[in-house]
Design a protein around this ligand. Structure first.
Ligand SMILES: [Zn+2]
Ligand SMILES: [Zn+2]
Length: 136
């Protein structure tokens, strides 16, 4: 079974085989800038399980750090993946773009040290100042 997702304009579609390994909320300032919200919920997935299925020519990449590339739709600006060179087998997928329901909850918050001051975390999930332990 594949989970499918798409961007705001609908031009780009993707499929994810199987379930994510975990979900995490990233509060870092770069995710906040890129996504325009207090945090971004990413699914950690195997790169080999993810594929664009339509509109790949509309997908562009922004190199947000020396070892991170973020993909997005050139037409509508929707964000898809966070590709970290230090974890070459994995991708972090911004699951706000999913069209299918996913019956999972985030496991923790990361980069809480750079959280927006106007947003408070109201759950009991673990919080890490930066990366979680044992990230890969
Ligand atoms: Zn789009
Ligand atoms: Zn982040």
């Amino acid at each position: 079974m594949a989970l499918t997702g798409s961007c705001l304009c609908g031009g780009v579609k993707y499929a994810l085989q199987g379930l994510p390994m975990m979900l995490e909320n990233c509060h870092c300032s770069m995710c906040r800038k890129a996504h325009g919200g207090p945090y971004t919920t990413f699914a950690k997935v195997l790169k080999s399980d993810f594929a664009f299925t339509a509109g790949e020519s509309l997908v562009d990449h922004y190199q947000s750090s020396a070892d991170v590339k973020r993909s997005f739709c050139k037409t509508c600006g929707a964000k898809f993946t966070f590709d970290w060179a230090q974890a070459p087998k994995h991708l972090w997928l911004a699951i706000g773009t999913l069209d299918d329901d996913l019956d999972m909850q985030p496991a923790f918050h990361i980069f809480v040290a750079s959280k927006a001051p106007w947003f408070e975390i109201h759950d009991t999930l673990p919080q890490y100042d930066a990366y979680p332990p044992n990230i890969d």
